[in-house]
Design a protein around this ligand. Structure first.
Ligand SMILES: Nc1nc2c(c(=O)[nH]1)N[C@H]1C(S)=C(S)[C@@H](COP(=O)(O)OP(=O)(O)OC[C@H]3O[C@@H](n4cnc5c(=O)[nH]c(N)nc54)[C@H](O)[C@@H]3O)O[C@H]1N2
Ligand SMILES: Nc1nc2c(c(=O)[nH]1)N[C@H]1C(S)=C(S)[C@@H](COP(=O)(O)OP(=O)(O)OC[C@H]3O[C@@H](n4cnc5c(=O)[nH]c(N)nc54)[C@H](O)[C@@H]3O)O[C@H]1N2
Ligand code: SF4
Ligand SMILES: [Mo]
Length: 706
């Protein structure tokens, strides 16, 4: 078993226990683990000096050890024979994988196989997975960011320079006067970022504006809540922008010196009829204008953007309008300002940073840029294919056509991708599927080979949080059963596939990190020793660099150094309500559950309050359909239907309904539309035409008979 580094004692293993990082969300809270009496069990105590959270944890962090020694953990490699899984040896499982990957490449070429990295695993592991894909000969490697912030990253990279938060939680707390939160619910999804930073600022006088069709804990802390209809964010922000222009609240010298495209924005807004736009959003015009003035008149105003903005077929344009807002008011390049996507999974930022994406190599070096590619090839010693590969949703869509093999490390697409019934059907069209996970998942059920990985508490490596802070995770307990570290598995697969000396032999995670920093300029100055207990924020080009708290003080990282303003027009969701499907369905998260539920539904603490899925429906819409609170209803879209409990509440805007993606029994993605943003290829999870109706016999908490 690997230990992290020789100097562990000074780096997080001390009398209090082992300092490591929470495995759930991208806030990156530190915690301390102690080994328990029982085999493999660990318990939590606070890590009071942890850089992000100073000891605080939300309910998920506090319950995170419940999934470590869980009885459902995969403990042996499994192989499917005649439709049934049997235990096998590591040797046979790995040989089987190598034989199938070789066969697929011989028969169809390397692009017939896809590789899914995981934002739940370490930087070193994702680095090796994308290296494996590229050594195999394909750029078909991606991760869950595609379904998450792909559109945000696309816009931020093209219009500002880097696909990450422009600012940091601490500078936002200390300097932000107005927080404009659109399509994000940090009080429940980034709990400690909210409680330790944004809410603390609000208590000291900062103003919170939230734009969301659904009331939640964030809106309850907000001074203004604009409860728009899902999919109408562009008209809303166009009103904000036009109000700022008409009332002269923009920053003329910033626009002149630091941006390009302002005239085009003016021209786009000239056509916008604000009254009509407000009708589209179903929010009173004066409320939107009041919020616009509050943002524009603040000394420092910061934008937070989440899934409500990114997960639309116009996700790139949605985020561009937020960039427009920040740029015309000069609210960027200073503490307490900027455009800030709170990143989702514990290591989604890092998974992108290390190149587990079809278009970029480690450090965001473009795959189709000859010079960039050659700089990586010089370290790797093999040729990298020059064309960008397929995204994960494209890989799933191509199964049976151009794709025949799939290697999934720590993702659950049968639950998480849109139009999931189709995705599930296609999994069986694969000639070969390998899934590497800690639990049996809805996706793994369809695998030919399943590899049992160790969990977050059982291994070390680095993860990168939403602040671009690279932190060390440390192993705190024994490896259960016959599981192996993801890194160990990838080294084995790589070496067996490509032979010794092919670049897949490493001593430990630090050894892999050393190669990563050689390849990725933004990580170049980061070392394990430098990370220590505080972490280091990228970009960090040279050892000793402190890293940047906020970006773009002097100029943007675009070709001409200017921030790009680009006016955008309303694009309706691909499906709008009609007679048959008269409501707009949107999907979002619960505080106590997590993504596809593999971990949270197995955690007694987390599943207690909400053990099953439900749908929020406005009282007026419920009454029209004869639905009462607590009734079981059939929720259907053009792609399928699910039965679940109705929660009749004014928390959701009239005409919209709201459910969650966490539960396998009533899968939200049975209903969602797989239409994609054309540039970022992110699915439109946040708007589909749908209908609900009562289910006979399904009253009062009893599931329906049918
Ligand atoms: N508790 C918990 N925390 C998590 C996760 C989890 O599953 N559970 N997952 C992690 C991950 S992977 C991610 S990406 C982040 C996501 O964190 P968030 O970005 O907060 O994600 P969501 O809850 O999906 O959606 C945010 C909000 O968008 C609203 N919304 C829906 N449609 C629209 C719309 O058309 N316009 C606007 N303006 N708003 C809309 C929803 O009502 C919701 O309040 O959370 C991370 N943290
Ligand atoms: N309807 C709807 N659908 C959505 C969304 C939405 O808002 N609405 N949000 C989208 C978003 S933002 C995201 S990020 C995706 C998430 O989509 P996925 O990434 O597919 O979902 P997760 O449940 O996070 O899957 C992570 C998997 O990693 C496994 N795992 C955990 N730890 C380890 C480990 O150490 N090693 C290995 N090998 N595996 C591990 C878990 O058991 C789990 O199976 O869902 C998307 N789907
Ligand atoms: S806020 Fe996120 S990182 Fe912090 S304890 Fe909660 S789930 Fe973990
Ligand atoms: Mo996500």
């Amino acid at each position: 078993m690997w230990l992290l580094v020789a100097s562990d004692s000074v780096m997080g293993y001390d009398d209090d226990g082992v300092h490591t990082i929470c495995p759930y969300c991208g806030v990156g809270c530190g915690l301390t683990l102690e080994s328990g009496e029982e085999d493999g069990a660990v318990s939590i105590t606070p890590w009071f000096d942890a850089p992000v959270n100073e000891g605080a944890l939300c309910i998920k962090g506090g319950a995170s050890t419940e999934v470590v020694a869980h009885e459902d953990r995969l403990t042996e490699p499994l192989v499917k024979v005649d439709g049934t899984f049997h235990t096998t040896t590591w040797d046979d499982a790995l040989e089987g994988i190598v034989a199938e990957l070789e066969r697929l490449r011989d028969e169809y070429g390397p692009d017939a196989t896809g590789f899914f990295g995981s934002s739940k695993v370490m930087n070193e592991e994702n680095y090796l997975l994308q290296k494996l894909a590229r050594r195999y000969g394909t750029n078909n490697v991606d991760n869950c960011t595609r379904m998450c912030h792909a559109s945000t990253v696309y816009t931020l990279r093209n219009s500002l320079g880097a696909g990450a938060m422009t600012n940091s939680m601490a500078d936002l707390r200390d300097h932000g006067d107005v927080f404009w939160i659109q399509g994000a619910n940090p009080a429940e999804q980034h709990v400690i970022a909210h409680s330790n930073y944004f809410r603390r600022a609000a208590l000291e006088g900062s103003t919170i504006v939230q734009v969301d069709p659904h009331a939640n804990k964030t809106s309850r802390d907000a001074d203004i809540h604009l409860q728009l209809k899902p999919g109408t964010d562009i008209p809303l922000l166009n009103i904000v922008l036009k109000t700022i222009l008409e009332e002269g609240l923009y920053d003329e010298s910033f626009i002149e010196e630091r941006t390009t495209g302002f005239e085009q924005l003016e021209a786009t807004l000239a056509d916008v009829d604000m009254g009509q736009a407000a009708d589209i959003c179903e929010v009173p015009l004066e409320d939107i204008q009041e919020a616009a003035r509050i943002y524009a008149e603040a000394d420092n105003a910061a934008i937070f953007t989440g899934m409500g903005m990114s997960q639309h077929r116009c996700g790139v344009d949605n985020v561009q309008n937020e960039v427009n807002l920040a740029l015309i008011t000069g609210n960027i390049g200073r503490p307490g300002t900027g455009v800030n996507p709170l990143r989702g999974q514990n290591n989604v930022q890092g998974t992108c940073d290390v190149g587990a994406m079809p278009n970029v190599l480690p450090g965001y070096l473009e795959v189709d840029d000859d010079e960039a590619r050659e700089s990586v090839e010089a370290v790797w010693g093999f040729e990298i294919p020059p064309e960008p590969g397929l995204t994960n949703v494209e890989v799933s869509n191509q199964i049976g056509d151009s794709v025949h093999g799939l290697y999934i490390m720590g993702e659950n697409p049968v639950m998480s991708e849109p139009d999931a019934t189709e995705v599930e059907r296609r999994m069986d069209d694969l000639e070969f599927l390998v899934v590497q996970d800690i639990f049996m998942t809805e996706t793994a059920e369809h695998a030919d080979i399943i590899l049992p990985a160790t969990s977050w508490a059982e291994r070390g490596g680095t993860v990168t949080n939403t602040d671009r802070r690279v932190q060390l995770m440390r192993e705190a307990t024994d490896v259960p059963g016959n599981t192996r570290h993801d890194l160990d598995i990838l080294c084995e697969v790589g070496t067996r596939l490509f032979g010794e000396g092919a670049g897949f032999e490493f001593d430990d995670p630090e050894d892999v990190f050393e190669e990563l920093r050689e390849v990725a300029p933004i990580y170049h100055g980061i070392t394990y020793e430098g990370i220590g207990l505080e972490g280091i924020q990228w970009p960090c080009y040279e050892e000793g660099d402190e890293g940047d708290q906020y970006l773009y003080e002097e100029s943007f990282d675009t070709d001409d150094g200017l921030g790009v303003i680009r006016g955008v027009r309303h694009t309706e969701p691909a499906e709008v309500p009609d007679e048959e499907f008269s409501l707009v369905l949107t999907t979002a998260r619960l505080e106590e559950h997590y993504n596809t539920g593999t971990m949270s539904t197995r955690s007694p603490t987390l599943r207690r309050r909400t053990p099953e899925n439900f749908v929020d429906i406005h009282p007026a819409d419920a009454e029209q359909r004869g639905i009462e609170d607590g009734d079981y209803v059939r929720l259907r879209s053009r792609r399928g239907e699910i039965v679940l409990e109705a929660n009749v509440t004014e928390d959701i805007a009239e005409g919209a309904i709201w459910t969650t993606p966490h539960f396998a029994d009533a899968r939200a993605n049975t209903l969602t539309n797989d239409v994609l943003d054309p540039l970022a290829k992110i699915p439109e999870y946040k708007a589909a035409a749908a209908e609900v109706e009562p289910v006979e016999g399904g009253k009062s908490g009893e599931p329906a008979d049918d």
